[in-house]
Design a protein around this ligand. Structure first.
Ligand code: GTP
Ligand code: MG
Length: 444
């Protein structure tokens, strides 16, 4: 963290403006050197020429100096608001490097902000998701987290646990049979409420994951029913190989489309049948796995064949809580498929050879819109956060079972507090932080 880092924080391409960020102990000196000026008042917009090594002007831009520790990273930061395009911001970066800065790693500004206590871990994760978010709802949910709602919730929750610990300290002087009944009940109630609250956040987060990361729509069916043809038609491009040979798709194909401002990941799978082919068997296993993780299942049937799809109905039976749409394909041919078997599910007949697929798209849109979204509840945005909360719940449950054994009880409450701390506070595991921040984009 002793060196000075630089990166272009905006997308490289034709645009009116670009932002180059420089952070670290030499930031101000570098800025003075490439602007040939000494006068930088913190938090003021200065209009300056930028010079290269040959004394030629590269650009005229706004330069803002954020003096440490009052900056995003907690270090001295210089922000160059240059003209856009490719060469101007790149040249500014090159000049900074010539004067001693090095190019920043992805997420390195945020990592420094975290290590300088300018940002907590949960907010940093929200920012990274916010940058990737494509739907209005995701934007709203993540915006709340950006405000620090999760951090605030954790702090209050932490205080409550510490209060419980304090109560236990009082109880230590009592023999078990002399425990004041009301105190015991109050601790039990507090613990139950705490566990319930965390369980609610946990399940709400899982159910809202598709808003942040996109709905997962899986197409399942017997071989040859037209799954890959449907994928291509929904994508409006020839992505998957299609043939009348059964077992054409063996691996999972995943592509993303946007329906009504929401991300939908469409997953084409290997046809499900009894197969002796080892590779196909692995493909079928994967199909079952992907079906479990999906939020929407399209079960595809061939209308021009007799019903022979009991396997598919069994899978649907096991996934009843999901959005299921039964689609009978090849409607352009003579229909002999018995639709009665599907009466439990919303059913539509289509042909991937004509525009009826767009009616299916409308149904998908309607179903997505029906999913109720509560943007007011706090949610956890990463698997890491979910794991911390799961550990915390486990410790609290253990504490509850040991309410009469004060030492063990306080051990588990402390363990729960530690899991909460892991959610927001930096910890000494550089490798872990590096891998987390590497998922950020450059310049953030
Ligand atoms: N007549 C007709 N043929 C179709 C229709 N949809 C797909 N097909 C044909 O059905 C055959 C199988 O299509 P695919 O899309 O490869 O089927 P799949 O379900 O992906 O098959 P696997 O990958 O083997 O599981 C191809 O010959 C397609 O041209 C349709 O609506 N009408
Ligand atoms: Mg296929």
């Amino acid at each position: 963290m002793n060196d000075t880092i630089v990166a272009i924080s905006t997308t490289i391409g034709i645009s009116a403006l670009s932002i180059v960020r420089l952070s670290g102990k030499d930031a101000l000196e570098i800025a003075k050197s490439i602007t040939k000026s000494t006068n930088f008042k913190p938090r003021y917009a200065h209009l300056k020429y930028i010079y290269n090594n040959n004394n030629n002007v590269i650009d005229r831009c706004i330069v803002i100096y954020f003096k440490a520790p009052y900056s995003f990273s907690g270090e001295d930061i210089i922000e160059f608001q240059s003209h856009g395009g490719v060469s101007v911001p790149k040249n500014i970066v090159n000049e900074c490097i010539r004067l001693g800065a090095r190019i920043a790693n992805p997420g390195e500004f945020s990592k420094r902000a975290l290590l300088n206590n300018k940002l907590d871990l949960s907010t940093a994760e929200s920012i990274s998701k916010l940058i990737l978010s494509q739907s209005n709802q995701a934007n709203e949910i993540l915006g709340r987290l950006l405000k620090g709602d999760l951090k605030e919730f954790i702090e209050t929750f932490r205080k409550n646990l510490i209060e419980i610990l304090a109560h236990i300290e009082v109880l230590i002087d009592y023999a078990e049979e002399d425990l004041p009944k009301d105190l015991e009940i109050s601790i039990d109630t507090k613990l139950n409420n705490a566990i319930k609250k965390l369980n609610d956040i946990h399940s709400h987060s899982l159910s809202m994951q598709h808003i942040i990361d996109g709905h997962r729509l899986v197409i399942i069916g017997r071989p040859n029913v037209g799954k890959s043809s449907l994928l291509n038609k929904l994508l409006l491009k020839d992505r998957a190989i299609i043939s009348n040979i059964e077992g054409t798709t063996r691996d999972i194909l995943e592509e993303t489309i946007t329906i009504n401002n929401q991300i939908v990941k469409i997953i084409d799978t290997a046809g499900i049948r009894d197969s002796n082919d080892e590779i196909e068997k692995i493909g079928i296993q994967k199909t079952l796995q992907y079906t479990q993780d999906a939020t929407i299942i399209i079960a595809l049937f061939d209308g021009s064949r007799e019903f022979d799809d009991q396997w598919i109905l069994d899978i649907l039976e096991q996934n009843k809580e999901k959005i299921i749409i039964a689609v009978i394909n090849k409607n352009d041919r003579k229909q002999i498929f018995n639709q009665d078997k599907l009466k439990e599910y919303e059913t539509i007949r289509i042909s991937t050879l004509d525009s009826s697929v767009f009616k299916l798209r409308d149904i998908i849109e309607k179903k997505i819109n029906q999913v109720s979204i509560n943007t007011q509840e706090i949610i956890l945005t990463s698997t890491r956060q979910i794991e911390c909360i799961k550990l915390c719940i486990k410790s609290l449950n253990n504490a509850k079972e040991n309410i009469y054994n004060f030492e063990i009880f306080s051990f588990y409450i402390n363990e729960a507090l530690h899991s909460l701390d892991m959610l927001t506070k930096p910890f000494n595991n550089n490798e872990m932080l590096d891998s987390m921040f590497s998922e950020f984009c450059l310049g953030k």
